[in-house]
Design a protein around this ligand. Structure first.
Ligand code: NAP
Length: 307
């Protein structure tokens, strides 16, 4: 069976990644778009998901590519209409609202996939395998990018629920929570908020794993020039480095992996297999850490930010 997919929110990530990945994945095809201001030639187009679901257009699943604010209502509508569901990261604005979606999907026997695209980066599974059984000494995350370049004009990112610098930072947390052999918890944080914005522009985070390994993270949205998306894990048998968002892997400076980006093709392939097997992939760990940062973080007010 080919999954007929309705895509909701035809914005930057939908165009850059979802459309080509869907076209390149067997077992799924784009059947309709719901987006207030954008459509595609030759495809049924609706203003929003409610109009799509009310239209009777034949779809089996929905992929939500909208901002996290408002995602809950859209996701709930899709599940209540009997559609399998794929969620862009972060899967929602709060932990509790996403848990509610998980329960609803389970009750209805539907697939829910909380995607974490960075976990599908080429170096991540090899890094996980390399770290298995090793004694880890420390972990250092540096995730620094230029918000003006990567999120031009995206006002939602600065609103409550938009996460600010945690929008990219949660990608790093999704990788670390996948590659480390044990869980971690936040022990302290400082969040810098521009005086005119509701979401942080930078954050310093300290975690400890269950056995006490320190994990430090620096997130910053003000980085110009070269961009940094690095995770360094020091073990008793050498230093592992994931760079460029997880697509490059090196050990003690020797490159082990450098592959072209296949993140979203991997996600859609996984979704097809989840639906075929009646399963879900539902992991909120990265969102829990971000929620904890807002709970524990010391707030610092910094210069106003203007696009
Ligand atoms: P975006 O460019 O702003 O696109 C989101 C689209 O959703 C908009 O074009 C808009 O289309 C629709 N939308 C529906 N309700 C909206 C609302 N209340 N406010 C704004 N737009 C609304 O955002 P994006 O970068 O694609 O990000 C969407 C999601 O993907 C986010 O959760 C983000 O974290 C995730 N993501 C983004 C990237 C990236 O590099 N940009 C990478 C990975 C994941 P209409 O106006 O036509 O309705």
């Amino acid at each position: 069976m080919t999954i007929r997919l309705g895509l909701v929110g035809l914005g930057k990530i939908a165009r850059d990644q979802h459309l080509p990945a869907i076209a390149a994945t067997n077992g799924i095809e784009l059947a309709a778009i719901a987006s207030r201001n954008a459509g595609l030639p030759d495809l049924p187009h609706f203003h929003d998901i409610d109009a799509l679901l009310a239209s009777g257009t034949a779809i089996d699943a929905v992929s939500l590519c909208t901002p996290p604010q408002g995602r809950f209502e859209q996701a709930r509508a899709a599940l209540l209409a009997g559609k399998h569901l794929m969620l862009e990261k972060p899967p929602g604005m709060s932990v509790a609202e996403v848990e509610a979606l998980g329960r609803l999907a389970e009750d209805r026997g539907l697939t829910i996939f909380t995607t974490w695209h960075s976990r599908a980066a080429a170096g991540v599974e090899p890094a996980r395998a390399l770290l298995s059984g090793k004694t880890i000494r420390s972990v250092r995350i540096e995730w620094k990018e230029d918000v003006r370049h990567w999120h031009p004009g995206q006002q939602w990112i600065w609103e409550p629920g938009g996460l600010g610098v945690f929008d990219p930072g949660i990608n790093a947390l999704s990788i670390v929570t996948r590659i480390l052999p044990e869980a971690m918890h936040l022990t302290g944080a400082t969040l810098e908020f521009p005086e005119n914005r509701a979401a942080p522009i930078a954050a310093e985070l300290a975690f400890s794993t269950d056995s006490g390994i320190p994990v430090a993270a620096s997130f910053d949205f003000r980085q110009t020039g070269p961009q940094t998306w690095d995770i360094v894990v020091v073990t008793d048998e050498g230093t592992l480095k994931l760079s460029l968002g997880g697509s490059r892997l090196s050990v003690d400076g020797v490159e082990r992996m450098a592959e072209e980006d296949r993140e979203y093709r991997t996600l859609y392939g996984h979704f097809v297999s989840l639906v075929a097997n009646g399963r879900s992939d539902f992991d909120l760990a990265p969102l829990v850490h971000v929620a904890d940062a807002f709970l524990l973080g010391r707030r610092k007010v910094t210069d106003a930010f203007h696009d």
